[in-house]
Design a protein around this ligand. Structure first.
Ligand SMILES: [Zn+2]
Length: 342
């Protein structure tokens, strides 16, 4: 394991202009390309299972990153960076065809220079809200690899900010998506539309279909309670920025329910770093009202100050790009923070 970490650091030693900042297939995951939502949907007609961003990959990446001296469990996590478990789905004799779903670990870790004092920006990173949206996890992985790496900008960021990373906020939904499980006892209420696989068995059993519409509930869903409880403990209910990674969408875009967050210095820095990714809202005329919508989205929940308060919450919906491009965009999201902090 030690040699692997050294390679991570060495790989990021190159000039910051280098596009390939991490060796191809370095983590040796069982994939060779990014499969987007539409490909996943196509699974239903395919004989063989295609690779995806699995809960095992979330665990493996978290553990690997967690070996670095500036990465540690969030305060609410145990030594293994686990903040809680999903309930899983036991065998039910009334539905003999339904498989058992094992409880899934929910991870949380933080990245910061433990030797630097003073005020630090609190930045939350989440992905996996929507079970089939693997692209978000590639963006998050690219961002984390950069922040945890040895570029001077990354070292600077670790001195000026704490990144609280919850890499998969809906791991049981992801497990279900990866294994193509539709429980008869808890069917996805959105099945039959293009909205499938946005929840998990616990939600479906309660008649809910979308993990990004229930963040304002309490005492109803395990993942929501675990993660909101952790965030409260980890950040005292206050943070500066949040990125919730989703996607893909055409056109690749980012959005926020906050008018200020849409036009602040960070937003302007990001537009320079990633000019191809459209900012939703009146400035671009793209998806002008998309940030509004039903309460219970994580961005609206944290903006409302209902138990948590994040000043600038963002949602990322990248295009259906290659893994390398997704990871590069994660790096650029991090570099935009460098631009406003330096
Ligand atoms: Zn989504």
């Amino acid at each position: 394991m030690k040699s692997i970490i050294v390679i991570v650091i060495m790989m990021s030693l190159g000039p910051c202009s280098t596009r390939t900042f991490i060796k191809k297939d370095f983590f040796n995951y069982p994939y060779n390309k990014v499969y987007d939502y539409y490909v996943i949907e196509a699974w239903r007609d395919l004989g063989e299972t295609l690779p995806a961003y699995t809960p095992e990959m979330v665990e493996r990446h978290s553990r690997l990153i967690g070996k670095l001296p500036w990465v540690s469990p969030v305060p609410s996590a145990d030594k293994m960076m686990v903040i809680g478990m999903t309930p899983g789905w036991p065998k039910n004799s009334a539905y003999p065809d339904d498989p058992e779903i094992p409880p899934q670990k929910i991870f949380g870790y933080q990245i910061t220079d433990p030797g630097s004092e003073g005020h630090k920006l609190k930045i939350i990173l989440t992905s996996g809200n929507h079970a089939t949206e693997f692209t978000g996890n590639w963006v998050l992985e690219g961002m984390v690899n950069f922040i945890a790496g040895d570029d001077p900008e990354a070292k600077f960021l670790r001195q000026k900010a704490i990144f609280y990373v919850y890499p998969d906020v809906n791991p049981e939904g992801r497990y279900q998506a990866v294994h193509r499980i539709n429980l008869q006892v808890a069917p996805d209420p959105n099945a039959g539309t293009d909205m499938r696989k946005r929840g998990n068995p616990e939600l479906y059993a309660a008649g809910e279909g979308d993990h990004n519409r229930i963040w304002n509930t309490r005492g109803k869903f395990s993942t929501i309670d675990v993660i909101t409880g952790s965030m409260m403990k980890d950040m005292g209910g206050e943070a500066d920025y949040m990125w919730d990674m989703h996607g893909p969408q055409t056109t690749g875009n980012w959005r926020t329910p906050s008018d200020e967050a849409r036009t602040n210095a960070y937003a302007r820095a990001l537009l320079k770093r990633e000019p191809d990714i459209v900012r939703c809202g009146p400035e671009s005329g793209f998806k002008v009202n998309v940030a509004k919508g039903p309460e219970g989205k994580i961005g609206l929940y944290v903006l409302s100050g209902e138990g948590q308060r994040v000043k600038y919450p963002y949602v990322y919906e990248p295009g259906g790009w290659s893994r390398e491009r997704l990871m590069e965009s994660g790096r650029n999201i991090a570099l935009a923070f460098y631009d406003i902090l330096r």
